[in-house]
Design a protein around this ligand. Structure first.
Ligand code: PHE
Length: 452
């Protein structure tokens, strides 16, 4: 068998893992979910959920991935041969592909908005009404969003074709530092907008009366989505991590980058939302509707800065979406390469085409297929709800139960402490969180989703 590829350095591991974590979840989803559940108080719950429940699951997936050095299905076959655990492996090959199908549609929106920024559509001569209505008009048309979805998926496949080192690692090492620089530049702009103070206050002054049971579920769901948990991406990337690498350090590095980026993104978006006088709880279109409106409005006072920030903003969304999307595709590719002996090229093209096709339905569900409903939801919303509310938590609970209850404690310790050479004192706490708190946390949220 061909030798498996490995990430080259610690920076490469964190860049790739943080690349998977930092994505549309941070810039597009976090601000609007935060807006729906009332701002600062939600952030506190979100941070707690990320560190106490999500991070231990991240460790659990890392342990399985590196211990086995295989794809999700192969890992289960190797660590628990002949058991029903293989179904957990198969489930988590399917779920990232389902996410990718609709994620690529939103990735496509960022491609379109980047083009529009590059041609100064939002910042020159457009009327306010044209700009604010553009998003709705665009997503409900037939061909344009399909073309953007196709472009996005082609870029994703292009990176995955390059392989772990020359594709994923190389791309993430450039994209991640760039993302942080760009988003800081955007925050600077946002904070100078007239009326932005209210947005900052919204993010720092907690109002606990707005927290309800739903908010806890939403915070955990967001933490899961944002850290790319429960769908085998962390597992697969960890299988490319060298034995000497410290899994606790790369996990904490990834979680901190992800949290930090979400916070910075919120400070980039919310002041603009308040400056534009838009309701923060207005849902998924928040970022795509608010920002062009602001760029347009500010273009009289600062034409060049507004045009540049507009380009920087949509480039940030696109780059962040790409590094996440490649991790989703890699899970299935790793499976076909490892288990079926398929060539990487063939595996990538096959899976990219299949998910693209499903994505076509998601894209059309905003326009011509808007009337087609599954359980009362459009195709896009149905897939999002299925994945975020069910498949991610289900995968997450299976992985932590596997590590906490099926694997031997000695093996888990060996993996997390590199044979007793690091994190020895921390291990007890991490193991406790993986074994008890994380699964209980998820089950409680699962049940509250069902019954509340
Ligand atoms: N974490 C990514 C984001 O924040 C989304 C993602 C989910 C990526 C699941 C991989 C797997 O956008």
């Amino acid at each position: 068998m061909k030798k498996r590829e490995r990430f080259g350095s610690r920076f490469a591991v964190i860049a790739a893992m943080a690349g998977s974590a930092v994505g549309l979840g941070n810039i597009w989803r976090f601000p609007y979910v935060l807006g729906q559940y009332g701002g600062a108080a939600f952030i506190l719950v979100y941070i707690a959920a990320s560190l106490l429940v999500a991070l231990p699951i991240f460790f659990a997936e890392s342990v399985i991935g590196r211990r086995s050095g295989r794809d999700t299905y192969g890992a289960m076959q190797l660590l628990a041969p002949g058991t029903a655990w293989k179904w957990a492996g198969l489930l988590t090959i399917l779920s990232p592909l389902l996410i990718l199908s609709y994620y690529s549609v939103v990735g496509g929106w960022s491609v379109e908005f980047l083009f529009k920024s590059l041609s100064f559509t939002f910042t020159e001569n457009a009327s306010e009404a044209e700009v604010s209505g553009y998003f709705g008009h665009f997503i409900s048309s037939t061909w344009q969003p399909l073309l953007s979805h196709t472009l996005f998926m082609t870029m994703v496949a292009g990176v995955v074709l390059g392989g772990v080192k020359n594709g994923i690692e190389r791309f993430s090492k450039v994209a991640m530092p760039l993302l942080f620089v760009l988003i800081l530049f955007i925050v600077g702009y946002s904070l100078t907008l007239p009326g932005s103070r209210a947005g900052v206050e919204y993010l720092v002054k907690p109002d606990f009366t707005r927290l309800n049971a739903d908010a806890y579920a939403a915070a955990l769901g967001q933490a899961f989505f944002s850290l790319s948990l429960g769908v085998g991406t962390v597992l697969t990337y960890a299988s490319y991590v060298k034995k000497e690498e410290n899994l606790v350090v790369s996990g904490v590095g990834t979680a901190v980058s992800d949290l930090l980026f979400a916070m910075i993104a919120a400070f980039a978006v919310m002041p603009a939302v308040f400056a534009a006088g838009i309701e923060p709880g207005s849902g998924p279109g928040l970022v795509f509707q608010t920002l062009p409106y602001i760029f347009n409005k500010m273009s009289q006072a600062m034409p060049i800065t507004s045009a540049l920030v507009s380009i920087a903003f949509f480039l940030t969304i696109l780059a962040a979406a790409l590094t996440s999307a490649i991790s989703m595709l890699e899970v299935g590719v790793a499976y076909l390469v490892d288990e079926k002996g398929m060539e990487r090229r063939k595996a990538t093209l096959l899976l990219a085409f299949g998910t693209w096709l499903l994505g076509v339905l998601c894209s059309l569900s905003f326009g011509p297929l808007a009337g087609v409903k599954l359980l009362g939801l459009s195709f896009f919303d149905f897939l999002d709800a299925l994945c975020s509310n069910w498949l991610l938590p289900l995968g997450g609970v299976l992985f932590t139960l596997f590590v906490g209850w099926r694997m031997s404690k000695a093996d888990v310790r060996d993996e997390l402490t590199n044979g007793g050479t690091c994190n020895v004192r921390l291990f007890g706490l991490v193991y406790f969180l993986m074994r008890y708190l994380a699964p209980i946390g998820i089950v409680v949220v699962f049940l509250s989703n069902l019954f509340l």
